[in-house]
Design a protein. Structure first.
Length: 251
């Protein structure tokens, strides 16, 4: 019997990590600004989430937008990698592309080296930059030589359920690298994702937090066009529990 796929939940707070732990997640990915696709969290936030007990994979991404990073940004992210590892991260989630859509192997190697500089085992995941690469399967095939632990992917599709063939091809192309399906995952998608041979499934399991009234609302930046939309995401414990049940049933 194949081992059951692990369940990873994207969280932005200690409360989210508790909801994940209490409802069957195996690990969490920590970031801030989930509504922007995720950005690097602070050292204090990493420490607080690590204290909740689950292994914490920390997203290191210095800005929103594309994944083509200049030398200054790569240097900043290398420093962020060292910071979050020192703060208790079990792993880091990194990535970079070249202008022609290839994996930026030099930048990825530098970030992976920064993760391992602590001298303790640290997992390294390639994030969904792989899905914006020119050839996601070929990109995944490079990862064993770089010593990466896993890759988070939707198979290059808008949602993982639409990228099943590519995800299965990535499993075959990257021996020794854990392929984790993520991106628009719904509970109903989990059996098919497990059948594709992935080692784990990643969900944000997010819900909009109710807005706490604090006076007159005015727009600030791109957060929303109304008070109802100008909020943040929190982890929905019922979605986490449902994902755990779906994965267990799929084994």
């Amino acid at each position: 019997m194949s081992p059951r796929p692990a369940l990873e939940i994207a969280v932005t707070s200690p409360a989210g990590a508790r909801a994940a732990r209490e409802n069957g997640a195996d690990r969490v990915e920590l970031c801030t600004a989930l509504e922007l696709g995720g950005l690097t969290p602070s050292a204090a936030l990493v420490e607080a989430v690590a204290a909740e007990g689950l292994p914490v994979q920390v997203l290191v991404r210095c800005r929103p937008g594309d994944f083509v990073h200049d030398t200054e940004e790569v240097a900043l992210m290398a420093a962020e990698v060292r910071s979050v590892v020192a703060s208790g991260a079990s792993g880091v989630v990194i990535g970079a592309l070249t202008a022609d859509g290839a994996l930026d192997t030099e930048a990825v190697a530098r970030l992976a080296d920064a993760a391992r500089a602590s001298g303790r085992p640290v997992e390294v995941t390639l994030h969904r930059a792989v899905d914006q690469s020119a050839d996601p399967v070929a990109t995944a095939a490079l990862l064993p030589s770089l010593g990466l632990t896993r890759v988070l992917t939707s198979g290059g599709a808008p949602a993982a359920a639409e990228g099943l063939a590519a995800i299965a091809a990535m499993v075959a192309a990257a021996p020794g690298v854990e392929v984790m399906a993520g991106g628009g995952v719904r509970l109903a998608d989990i059996p098919a994702l497990a059948a594709a041979g992935v080692a784990s499934v990643h969900l944000s399991a997010k819900a909009r937090a109710p807005r706490r009234p604090g006076g007159t609302w005015v727009p600030m930046g791109a957060g929303g066009t109304s008070a109802a939309q100008d909020t943040h995401f929190v982890t929905d414990p019922e979605v986490v529990a449902g994902a755990r049940r779906a994965l267990d049933a799929a084994v």
